[in-house]
Write a protein that binds this ligand. Structure first.
Ligand SMILES: Cc1cc2nc3c(=O)[nH]c(=O)nc-3n(C[C@H](O)[C@H](O)[C@H](O)COP(=O)(O)OP(=O)(O)OC[C@H]3O[C@@H](n4cnc5c(N)ncnc54)[C@H](O)[C@@H]3O)c2cc1C
Ligand code: SF4
Length: 505
């Protein structure tokens, strides 16, 4: 795929096209492919570098984190009140967060789509109307079941414990082809088996004539007479991108797809999207926790697909159990204790199994612009309902591990030692305050949410920003509510829907 690096230009760059797409991730790439294939002149501007799959797959994991994870994976949504602070990760590269995913693909749950179509009165977001877009994405990115043979022992043990307690698990689906279960997904696939947008929609867009410019950051939408006439920003230089020279793209249409943390910032800087007062608010994160069980036998949880099984057994209670594993080095660093105590725990890594849980949260966060800083400030206040779910689900997961034969269980709670079957009931959750919880998110969503009235939403049912005729948003920020499942499939489906309405199809 041909990508032009903005670093090549020492002088200001001016370009012109029909549609400029800002951001090349799960939202932007399907729009670029659809419009380029419909014959439009498309330019994609991406802040991050272009790191082709084989080069990314050969990087050390720590190098990947520094080079293509946003902010070196250190972004934090500051917890308000009794909420945990949440480590929010995203990609900053050609392909956006897509090359970093575990490949997990879920359709948006029917009840969520029903809510979007009925409560929010956006008729064609209903399950039957959206099916066409989900099916199209499934073909485009090759979504397939993860075979049981790729399950890690870590996952197999948790599933065994769950099934002993009557908790049903299913195989996940992922966007892969010829995956060998090497377990490196989050740091780039060395085998080109993960079919993210960097391997599907973006090459299609480029083949259809789209120009993709990396190392190019957009600061604002340029307006004249109440219409957008393009975007402006900077070409970046150096490892972490000091602005080097000016960038300006004139276009008859602007599609913002910079992700839920950045699209609202671009709109705010441009004086757009503020009519409802909800720009940058309604941030949902799917706060996630992982629980680990220590077994007598070796587990070597890093062998096998990172993510392969899930359970919606507790969906009625707003939680979904997802298999996960993290690299050994990171895992060792998160074990409790210091010095000798820590060394003792660190030595257990090969005997640990791990499983994750994700909360289907209510919109409780916000993205704020910080003067003189490119990165936003994120805040998050868990609702009482969501906060109350945390100890309940963590205890359930511990019981599942014990049913599988775990000797001890480690909760994601700073300062808390492991628990055994005998001590589990003695944990006093009322004394464990939010800041003690180790929580993460890979799914920032909803900050420019779609709706049927400009009084309550940032974009209209076609993704158009309410107060300007030719600026659209197509990324995770337009999701009207939290999904409760991993979002990439839904984001791509929503983007295809926006793109086809722009292309008139
Ligand atoms: C480690 C990790 C694992 C994940 N695993 C899964 C998974 O298994 N399954 C799943 O469904 N989801 C997963 N996700 C989430 C999924 O990748 C995201 O929800 C999805 O990619 C978001 O799409 P997006 O278009 O909104 O944003 P992104 O894909 O993040 O793309 C936004 C792009 O815009 C660029 N950008 C930002 N600001 C500017 C600017 N001013 N100018 C130009 N460019 C800009 C960014 O650099 C980025 O490349 C994971 C995410 C991460 C980080
Ligand atoms: S587990 Fe499969 S998809 Fe993930 S990095 Fe390895 S080969 Fe690629």
């Amino acid at each position: 795929m041909n990508v032009t690096s903005g670093r090549r230009y020492a002088k200001p760059l001016e370009l012109e096209c029909d549609t400029v797409v800002v951001g090349s991730g799960s939202g932007g790439a399907p729009v670029a492919a659809t419009l380029a294939e419909a014959g439009e002149r498309v330019i994609v501007l991406e802040e991050g570098p272009h790191v082709p799959g084989p080069r990314h797959g050969a990087m050390r994991q720590s190098e990947s984190v520094r080079h293509v994870w946003r902010d070196g994976a250190m972004t934090l949504a500051v917890g308000i009140g009794d909420s945990p602070s949440i480590n929010v990760t995203a990609g900053r590269m050609v392909g956006g967060s897509s090359p970093l995913t575990g490949g997990v693909c879920f359709r948006a749950p029917e009840h969520v789509l029903e809510e979007w179509s009925s409560a929010l009165s956006i008729d064609d977001l209903g399950p039957s109307q959206m099916q066409r877009w989900f099916d199209q994405v499934a073909k485009d990115i090759h979504i397939e079941d993860v075979p049981a043979s790729l399950r890690s022992k870590s996952t197999a043990l948790f599933v065994k414990g769950g099934e002993a307690l009557g908790v049903k698990f299913d195989s996940m689906q992922r966007n892969t082809h010829n995956c060998n279960g090497c377990g490196r997904c989050n740091f780039g696939c060395p085998h080109e088996a993960k079919l993210g947008v960097d391997r599907t929609y973006l090459p299609r867009a480029a083949r259809a004539g789209a120009t993709i410019v990396s190392d190019a950051i957009v600061e604002r939408v340029e307006l004249e007479g109440g219409r957008a006439v393009g975007v402006s920003g900077s070409l970046l230089d150096g490892e972490y991108g000091a602005a080097r020279s000016a960038l300006r793209v004139r276009a008859r249409r602007v599609v913002l797809a910079a992700g839920a943390m950045y699209t609202p910032l671009i709109l705010r800087r441009s004086g757009l999207g503020r009519r409802s007062g909800s720009l940058g608010k309604n941030l949902t994160l799917h706060p996630s926790f992982r629980v680990m069980g220590r077994f007598d036998e070796p587990v070597r949880g890093w062998e096998g697909a990172l993510q392969s099984a899930y359970s919606k057994h507790y969906e009625h209670d707003g939680t979904v159990l997802n298999s996960v594993f993290v690299p050994n080095g990171i895992l060792a660093a998160t074990m409790p204790g210091f010095g000798k105590h820590h060394a003792k725990h660190r030595a257990l890594v090969g005997h640990l199994a791990m499983f994750g849980v994700m909360i289907h949260d209510e919109g409780a966060g916000a993205v704020w612009r910080v003067p003189f800083r490119r990165e936003p400030l994120l805040t998050y206040k868990m609702t009482k309902r969501d906060r109350a779910r945390v100890p309940v689900v963590l205890e359930r997961m511990a019981k599942i591990f014990f049913a599988a034969g775990a000797r001890e269980v480690f909760f994601p709670v700073f300062g808390l030692d492991s628990v055994t079957p005998d001590t589990l009931g003695k944990v006093d959750w009322s004394k464990i305050k939010g800041p003690k919880l180790e929580c993460s998110s890979q799914h920032p969503l909803g900050t420019c949410h779609m709706g049927s009235s400009d009084a309550h939403s940032v974009v209209d049912p076609h993704g158009r920003v309410w107060d300007v005729p030719n600026v659209f948003v197509a990324d995770g920020s337009i999701l009207p509510t939290s999904l409760g499942v991993n979002p990439q499939w839904t984001i791509m489906a929503m983007s295809l829907r926006v793109a086809h309405s722009l292309a008139g199809g």
